[in-house]
Ligand binder design. Structure first.
Ligand code: PBG
Length: 356
């Protein structure tokens, strides 16, 4: 042993350098703190790890289509398919098995059923309502989240009613409340307004309560940005082809951060049970600020374009997709998110169960 320090420190036994060597003595820095010590082995890294990701953190979005035994690949989202209700039931069973707490459902309805006002959204036997009822009946323990917005139902692809080129706020809010009612009656445990109209959370809350549905939760897409990262989703629900213009008169400007806090504050005042930030990875600063400021259950949506980027690169062999998936999901936990909507949900849950 070269020095008394070495004798008293069993760790020195692991030093890869020859303690006698001149070079070690010559180059050893007099560092009291070496951050790498805690990283030297897996057991140690596990002990000092600050955040954890489990299946409990995941919400799985599913795209629903008409028919039976139908599974249609979504070209821009490798590995994601649109499913007929019977196929969605199989995925629901898998979700229960993997301990994923909840699904979020999105319909892709026939073109002929889309109109100016999105009337199909308010019908109590529409596609997503039938899917909700079927899944709730078979798997009552599985949480069901239903999007409240008109875009899968409108001929122009917008989330609200368009009058002379304008997406009108207050009329849209009345329709959204009716949509929320049919979704809740069909079996949705949570309604999730994703439309970004003003005052919709309060109006939906009042309407639900007046119908005696005061246990239905509201997950508000509170800070939702006008984002290029929704492209593949619009393919999946078929609104890309129909969408006229963009959504910048109602979704947020991605240059703004403080405004997100005002949006979230309003939705909380109006009665939101959980708030959401969307998209995810490019908006981690917003997730962090919302969690810090309000301490509310804060969800984040890792949207279709984020999924497509990771999967696209992985498919080309440019990154390790599995690792990038877990790294991106853990980043949400580090930023303070309570739950994550992600198309990776089943794969992540499977990997977490396997690695545990
Ligand atoms: C509809 C809605 C969108 C998403 C969720 N709900 C698209 C949009 O606002 O244009 C995007 C989800 C994703 O990209 O994965 N209001």
């Amino acid at each position: 042993m070269a020095s008394f320090i070495g004798r008293n420190r069993p760790l020195d036994r692991f030093t890869p350098l020859d303690p006698q060597s001149a070079s070690e003595a010559k180059y050893r820095l007099p560092l009291k703190t070496r951050m790498r010590r805690n990283r030297k082995a897996d057991w140690s890294r596990r002990l000092v790890r600050e955040n954890a990701l489990t299946a409990d953190d995941l919400i799985w979005p599913l795209f629903i289509i008409e028919g039976e035994k139908q599974r249609e690949p979504v070209a821009s989202m490798p590995g994601v398919e649109r499913l007929s209700i019977d196929e969605a039931l199989r995925e629901a069973e898998l979700a229960v098995k993997l301990k994923i707490p909840a699904l979020a459902l999105f319909p892709n309805i026939d073109k002929q059923k889309r109109d100016e006002r999105g009337s199909e959204a308010m019908r109590d036997d529409n596609l997503v309502c039938r899917a909700l009822t079927a899944i709730k009946e078979r798997f009552p323990e599985l949480g069901l989240i239903a999007d409240v917005a008109l875009d899968p139902y409108t001929s122009h692809g917008h989330d609200g009613v368009m009058i002379e080129g304008e997406i009108v706020n207050d009329e849209t809010v009345h329709l959204l409340a009716q949509q929320a009612i049919v979704l809740a009656q069909a079996g949705a445990d949570v309604v999730a307004p994703s439309d970004m109209m003003d005052g919709r959370v309060q109006f939906i809350r009042n309407t639900l309560d007046n119908k005696g549905m005061n246990n239905v939760q509201i997950l508000a897409y509170a800070a939702k940005y006008a984002s290029a990262f929704y492209g593949p989703f619009r393919d999946a629900v078929g609104s890309n082809a129909t969408l006229k213009g963009d959504k910048r008169t109602y979704q947020m400007d991605f240059a703004n951060g403080d405004e997100a806090l005002r949006e979230v504050a309003l939705d909380i005042q109006e009665g939101a049970d959980m708030v959401m930030v969307k998209p995810g990875l490019p908006y981690l600063d917003i997730v962090w600020r919302v969690r810090e400021e309000f301490g509310m259950p804060t969800f984040v949506y890792q949207v279709s374009g984020e999924y497509a980027m990771i999967e696209g690169a992985a498919k080309n062999g440019w990154i390790d997709g599995e690792k990038a998936m877990i790294e991106s999901l853990m980043a949400f936990k580090r930023a303070g998110a309570d739950a994550i909507l992600t198309y990776f949900a089943p794969r992540a849950a499977e990997k977490l169960a396997h690695d545990a």
